[in-house]
Structure formats: structure tokens, C-alpha cells
Design a protein around this ligand. Structure first.
Ligand code: SAH
Length: 393
């Protein structure tokens, strides 16, 4: 068994059961990609069993903090079964759900989404890559399903020195699927869509948006960064008369349009703009257009805290423009999925955007990722998605 010896004082985060071991914390030792290593403090005490990542800044990720634990098939089968089991305790009202959420489920580098009878997995660390076959079998075993598609084509894999890998890992079939979410349906393509095909993490916020639209009788809705139209369909379900949706991805917009039809809504009730959100918002202000409800769900402007300053300006800008377009009594659902922007900072950004727009509002709700994308006590980085519902005075 190979060993990693940490520098003095660098054992603290592992003692708190945080699973990452940074390159800078290691005094000596190494192994092959994905190989299990014994991690020891500078004094030689056992800290964790971890998977080694020779090319990543996060040089190893812990599988277990128990010295007597063997890192083997049985452990991965148990971890996968536990993650799957945990989801049955959430009330998700959807047949699309995240079954494994990486570090939060004790499986660093593994993300698995379920869309109906199809699983889609991302193996994003050397350790997950090394155990891919074992994890794939465990996933089928614990769900009773037969189809697993791989979407290991994210930038995180590059940081690990791993090449992209996509395609059916187990079984085969169509990659275009239809998902039932709350009271509506959404089509997606697991081979070409973003992430594993869809943004399941916004499931509950889409429902909140549908409910707010209905309760407050909103008629004109603006959905910015609409992707495949999840919030658009939610608004129409909530009774909105008309929804304008903006995205810069033509394939996403095509599918958004198809999703409006799939749910039986007349095409006149939804406009789709293939455009930059910031430019469109400015244009709407010039045209004197206003909306009763606005969604702002931009991509990750700040992947890490190092990007926070620039990202903060970008968030503030779009929020300021959105406030200007919002009718009095209207509602803004605004989000950040940047790990580098804390909930507290996001609140401050939105507040200062309101001040600059000359608008005051009631912050009626704080939103986060759906419960199948859990954060855990030991892994605060799991909190990435945060949202605010602001009701204009
Ligand atoms: N709200 C969506 C998810 C949004 S993901 C849902 O519920 O499914 C972010 C989206 O922003 C992506 O679809 C991406 O294509 C789009 N995007 C990124 N930069 C953009 C820009 N500058 N203008 C318009 N859309 C943009």
C-alpha cells in the first residue's frame, strides 16, 4: 500500500472529515492515477484512505476515514446503495433526480442523474475513473435499471488529466428522453444537453415559480438564460399569458420551443430570443417594455472565489437591468450557481443592484438546490446554487 505523508499541521481538514487533500499539503508520497493511498499525518497517524490524482491540484480525495475499511467492490456497492436509498426519502415529484452528488454522498468525482429508466453518470476524478466498472455495476444493481450513459466530458476532467469519455456504458437506447417534473413534461437529450442533459437542481424553484405566477396572477413573464425552457413551461402552467425566453444556445431554444408544444400550450404564448441576455435587457429598457415576473438563472460566472470580483459585477449588472424591467408588485427570481459567490455575497450584490436601479423590494424567499443535490456538514463546497425571490414594492 502506498502512503501519502502530509506536511505538519495539514491534517486538520481531514480530521474534520473534509475529503480533499491539496497538493500543497503533501510532504511526500505518490501513486498511480486513481490508486488507493493511505494518508497519514506528519507524525504518521492514519487519517484516510484516498484516491490519488497525480495531475490535479486536489491531489487526493478521501474514500474513507476508517482505518479498518477496505476500499473494494463491497464499499462502493454500499455507498451507491446508500445514496440511492437516501433519495427515496425526499419528496421529489419528478422522475428525474440526482442519485449521486459526488463528495456530498461520499463518492468524490461521481455524479449520477436518473431520467426515468435511464441513468447518466459523470466520472470526474481519477478515483471515480479507476472504479468506473464497479460503480456502473453498483448503480444498475441498486436501481434495478439496465441503461447507463456516460457524460464524462466536463472541464473538471481536464484538471484531472483525463480525456473526455461519452457513450453507453451499460445497455443502449435512445438518448432523447421525456422527463415528468411536477405537473409538466420536459424533453431532453442526454447525449448533447448541458451537464447530464438537464438542470435538475432547479426543479423545486421551477415549482415555486409556477406557484407564484398562479397566486399573483402574473401575465407577462421574462425567462432569462432559459436553456430548454423549464421555467418557461412552469410559468405557462402557472397561467402566464405570455413568456419571453432568452438564451444564446440555438439547440437549447429549439428544445424549449418543443417543450412548450409538448405541454399543449399555444405557440403564440411563448417568444424565444437567441441573444445575449445583457444586451436584450438593455434593449427592452430602451423599448419601455416591462414584465410581471422575471427569472435570472445565468451560468456559473465565478467557478471559484478567485473569480468573485468580476463575477459580482456581472451579477449586479443583470440584476440591476432586471429590476428596471420589473413592474411594481412584480417578482424577480434571481440565482447564482457560482461556488465562488456565497449566499451572503449574492444577497449583497442583489441588494446593491436594487439600489442602483432605484427599486426597493421584499425578499420573500431564499432558494437553494433541490434536496437530491444535498450539501453536507463535512463538505460546505456542496453549496453552490442560491436564489432570492424579490417582490418589487
Ligand atoms: N434556467 C435553466 C438553466 C439555465 S443554465 C433551467 O431551468 O433549465 C444557463 C443558460 O445560460 C444556458 O442554457 C446557456 O446557454 C445560457 N447562456 C450563457 N451565457 C448566456 C448569455 N450571455 N446570454 C444568453 N444566454 C446565455
Amino acid at each position: 500500500m502506498k502512503t501519502l505523508r502530509l506536511r505538519e499541521g495539514k491534517e486538520r481538514s481531514l480530521l474534520r472529515r473534509h475529503p480533499w487533500i491539496f497538493e500543497s499539503a503533501i510532504a511526500k508520497g505518490g501513486a498511480d492515477a486513481g490508486e488507493t493511498v493511505r494518508v497519514e499525518s506528519h507524525a504518521g497517524e492514519f487519517l484516510a484512505w484516498a484516491a490519488f490524482s497525480p495531475e490535479s491540484m486536489i491531489r487526493a480525495r478521501a474514500w474513507s476515514f476508517d482505518e479498518s475499511q477496505r476500499i473494494d467492490h463491497a464499499l462502493f456497492a454500499a455507498k451507491v446503495a446508500q445514496s440511492v436509498q437516501a433519495r427515496s426519502r425526499f419528496d421529489l415529484q419528478s422522475d428525474g433526480l440526482r442519485l449521486v452528488h459526488g463528495e456530498s454522498d461520499g463518492l468524490p468525482g461521481l455524479v449520477v442523474d436518473r431520467y426515468g429508466d435511464t441513468l447518466v453518470a459523470q466520472f470526474l476524478s481519477s478515483g471515480a475513473e479507476r472504479w468506473k466498472d464497479v460503480l456502473a455495476d453498483a448503480l444498475l444493481q441498486s436501481t434495478g435499471l439496465t441503461r447507463l450513459y456516460e457524460r464524462s466530458d466536463t472541464s473538471a476532467r481536464k484538471l484531472e488529466g483525463l480525456l473526455p469519455a461519452t457513450g453507453w456504458l451499460r445497455g443502449s437506447g435512445p438518448t432523447e428522453l421525456t422527463l415528468r417534473e411536477h405537473d409538466w413534461q420536459l424533453g431532453l437529450d442526454i447525449a448533447t444537453g448541458h451537464k447530464t442533459g438537464f438542470y435538475l437542481d432547479q426543479r423545486d424553484s421551477r415549482k415555486q415559480f409556477a406557484q407564484a405566477t398562479r397566486r399573483l396572477g402574473f401575465e407577462r413573464v421574462l425567462n432569462c438564460f432559459c436553456y430548454t425552457g423549464g421555467f418557461t413551461v412552469a410559468a405557462l402552467h402557472g397561467g402566464a399569458r405570455h413568456v419571453t425566453s432568452i438564451d444564446s444556445s440555438a439547440p437549447a431554444l429549439e428544445r424549449a420551443q418543443a417543450n412548450v408544444a409538448l405541454n399543449g400550450f399555444a405557440p403564440e404564448r411563448a417568444d424565444f430570443l437567441d441573444a445575449d441576455v445583457n444586451a436584450s435587457l438593455r434593449q427592452f429598457i430602451e423599448q419601455g417594455r416591462t414584465f410581471d415576473a422575471i427569472v435570472l438563472d445565468p451560468p456559473k460566472f465565478a467557478p471559484t472565489a478567485a473569480h468573485a470580483d468580476r463575477a459580482a459585477r456581472a451579477y449586479k449588472d443583470i440584476n440591476r437591468l432586471a429590476f428596471k424591467l420589473l413592474e411594481p408588485g412584480g417578482v424577480l427570481f434571481t440565482f447564482s450557481c457560482s461556488g465562488g459567490i456565497s449566499a451572503d455575497l449574492f444577497h449583497k450584490i442583489v441588494a446593491s443592484a436594487g439600489i442602483d436601479a432605484g427599486v426597493d423590494g421584499y425578499i420573500s424567499q431564499r432558494l437553494g438546490g433541490a434536496p437530491d443535490h444535498p450539501m453536507t456538514i463535512n463538505f460546505p463546497e456542496g453549496e453552490y446554487l442560491k436564489g432570492l425571490v424579490v417582490m418589487r414594492k
